[in-house]
Write a new protein. Sequence first.
Length: 202
Amino acid sequence: MHPHSFTELLSKKVKDSPEYRIFNYSDRWYTWKDIEELSAVMAQDLQSLGVKQKSHVGICVKTSINWIIAFFAVQRLGAVSVLLNDTFSLPELLRACREADVEYLCVGNQIDISAAINAPAEQNDSAEQNDLHNTCIKCTYNIDEQNDFCLRRNEYALLKNNSAFPEAALNADEKSMIIFTSGTTGKEKAIMLSLSNLSIPS
């Protein structure tokens, strides 16, 4: 039986093979159980920022353990993961965020836009600043590799016993992620996907 959501897929993997090593990063192996626990901790952070079911959450960081944790954290909340190219320049990132209606942005240290988001709009703002003011971004969340979520593993036990434990998955036919593809035009275009669009072994 195929999973109905990425959250259900992760739960099944944890149930069937919790200690199976799936990802090696910086000389450390991570298991399905690790992903389950660490994504719950991050999901709690995102929830406290205002992320809720069907919120659009951008993820812009190089491929890393924090990218994986962020993806499943967003899915756990029933929000939509917007997968952004970490090589985007600031103008490209802002255009993509605007096109995908990104409200919250998980980002590494390669682009610092947090200060600009909080700056008031001015008449003489640059084009980049105007782009920023025209996005839906409410706040950013740092998922740079220096932010080691393993150091917060003990928070999972507290979350598990909390009635507010974040878990609200989308079903397989609802859009759960947005990716960008250049297609034949050479211009980045947002494509919405659901779990049912993907071929993922359960």
